[in-house]
Each structure stands twice: as C-alpha cells, then as structure tokens.
Design a protein around this ligand. Structure first.
Ligand code: NDP
Length: 239
C-alpha cells in the first residue's frame, strides 16, 4: 500500500473504530459516518485521522465531500467500505422505507463513493478496495432478507469491479465476517445471541480487532495477488 490516505466509511465506532486504529500504523485515515466524531477518544498512531460527518446513503453528501477530499489529499491508496446497517424484519413485514434505507447505506453508498474515487485511483494505477460484506450475504438468515441481499450484492460487485479495474493495478475484495462483538450484535436479544454462538465451532464471537487485522492484510501488498475474492471470517460458522 502506498503511503497515501485510506478512506474508511463507518469509521467512528464498532468494527470501523478498530479498522481506523489498525490502519493508522500504515497511512493517514479519513473516517466518515453520519455523526462524524467517535463517541470516545480518537485512536492515535503513526499517522493522522480525520473524522468527517457524511451520510453515505445521501448521494449529494458524497458528491460534495469526495471531490473536496481528492483536491486536498489526492487519490486514496485504499477504500474500506465498512458503513452498514441492519433493519431486520420478516420480508413481508418490511416497509419500503426500511428496505430502501438498507440498500442505500450498504450498497448504493459504495457506488456513490466509487464513481468519484476510482477514476483518481486509476490515474495513479494502484489501489485496493475492500467491501465489508457478511456471512448473512452468503447464507440465509430469517429476518435479514434486506441486509442479506445488500451484503450478497457486494460479493457480485467485487467480482465485476475487480475485472474492470485490474488492468489499472487496483484490487477489489470482500470480507465476510460472521458474528462480531459490536453495537450491532449487542442489540440482538440475548436468546438470539446464544443461538448464534452455539452455531460457531470456535464457540465465541469474533472481535472487531480480529476483523481489522484481516482487513489490513487484504488492502496491503501482502495480498497483492488477490482480487475479486470474498474472504470469510466466522469462527467456522459457515464451514
Ligand atoms: P455498528 O453499528 O457498530 O457501526 C456501523 C458504522 O456505520 C458506524 O460507524 C455508523 O456511524 C456507520 N454508518 C451507518 N450508517 C451510515 C451512513 N448512512 N453513512 C455513513 N456511515 C454510516 O456496526 P459494526 O461495526 O458491527 O459493522 C460494521 C460493518 O461490518 C457493517 O457493514 C456490518 O454490516 C458489517 N458486519 C458486522 C458484523 C457484526 O457481527 N457486527 C458481522 C458481519 C458484517 P453513524 O451511526 O455515526 O453513522
């Protein structure tokens, strides 16, 4: 990875916070989220981090911020599309608004960012893009038709986009974590969590730091020959 900056969406808390902390040893980081600043102290590292409030599901917000970032910092070395939400409900009970919000945040926002940033990366003839998918995009989960569909879409997106940009030296991969300890999973009812853990051969949830270490590998030169792939990180849940 070149020493240029890394964009991490959804970087103010949860897995995003661990991603920012991990990446700060390699490059400066711009971390976006709706609220902007992290709830606690920002992490410190070898490089700087800037938190910016930007709702990725709102295309005009991305259209305003992305050119500003490019003008100020140049092309990013890497993008980690990590922002994501769940709005779980049985498919037939899901409101149109919930469905659209999940798709806007988990899928469309990636398109909004990419159409600004990828041309700049192409000009540099290098870069890595990581899409945060989920095991829920690879196997079914009752109540997660919207979330699962949005995360499965990332697997397909990574494959086609990887083919399109490979000749510009840009790699695109997906990471599919299983159950990771974060606000998102802490919001689950205890009984649901107990059931989930019982289905994990390693018998525990993963940590955000474990996700961040694999993400770092996937955008670093250590994975230079890997593109268009989805790597599953789930304690054996889908084995
Ligand atoms: P959290 O709910 O803890 O964090 C979500 C992050 O996304 C926050 O930083 C949030 O900040 C940001 N975010 C949400 N909506 C938007 C938006 N419209 N624009 C910009 N930022 C937004 O989730 P996790 O850390 O657990 O999850 C991170 C990613 O990992 C998600 O994509 C999730 O689907 C995926 N994942 C998580 C798993 C888990 O078990 N936790 C398992 C598999 C995948 P703010 O609210 O300020 O906008």
């Amino acid at each position: 990875m070149s020493s240029s900056w890394v964009l991490i969406t959804g970087g103010n808390r949860g897995i995003g916070h661990a991603l920012v902390t991990e990446m700060l040893s390699c490059a400066p980081v711009i971390a976006t989220s709706r609220r902007g600043n992290p709830p606690g102290n920002p992490p410190t590292g070898k490089h700087w981090v800037k938190y910016v409030a930007c709702d990725g599901s709102h295309q005009p917000a991305v259209d305003a911020l992305a050119p500003e970032l490019l003008a100020k910092y140049g092309a990013p070395a890497a993008i980690i599309h990590n922002a994501g939400i769940t709005m779980d409900n049985l498919h037939i009970r899901q409101s149109g608004e919930q469905w659209r919000q999940v798709m806007e945040t988990n899928l469309n926002a990636i398109f909004y960012w990419n159409r600004h940033l990828i041309p700049a990366m192409m000009a540099e003839r290098q870069g890595a893009i990581l899409l945060m998918s989920s095991v829920s995009g690879l196997k079914g989960n009752i109540g997660q038709s919207a979330y699962g569909a949005s995360k499965a879409a990332l697997v397909g997106l990574a494959k086609s986009l990887a083919l399109e940009v490979a000749r510009f030296g840009i790699r695109v991969n997906c990471l599919a974590p299983g159950v990771i300890d974060s606000e998102m999973t802490r919001a689950l009812p205890p009984q649901a969590m107990k059931q989930l853990l019982a289905g994990i051969p390693l018998r525990r949830a993963g940590s955000a730091e474990e996700v961040a270490r694999v993400a770092r590998f996937m955008i670093s030169d250590d994975s230079q020959y890997m593109t268009g792939q989805t790597l599953v990180l789930d304690g054996g849940m889908s084995a």
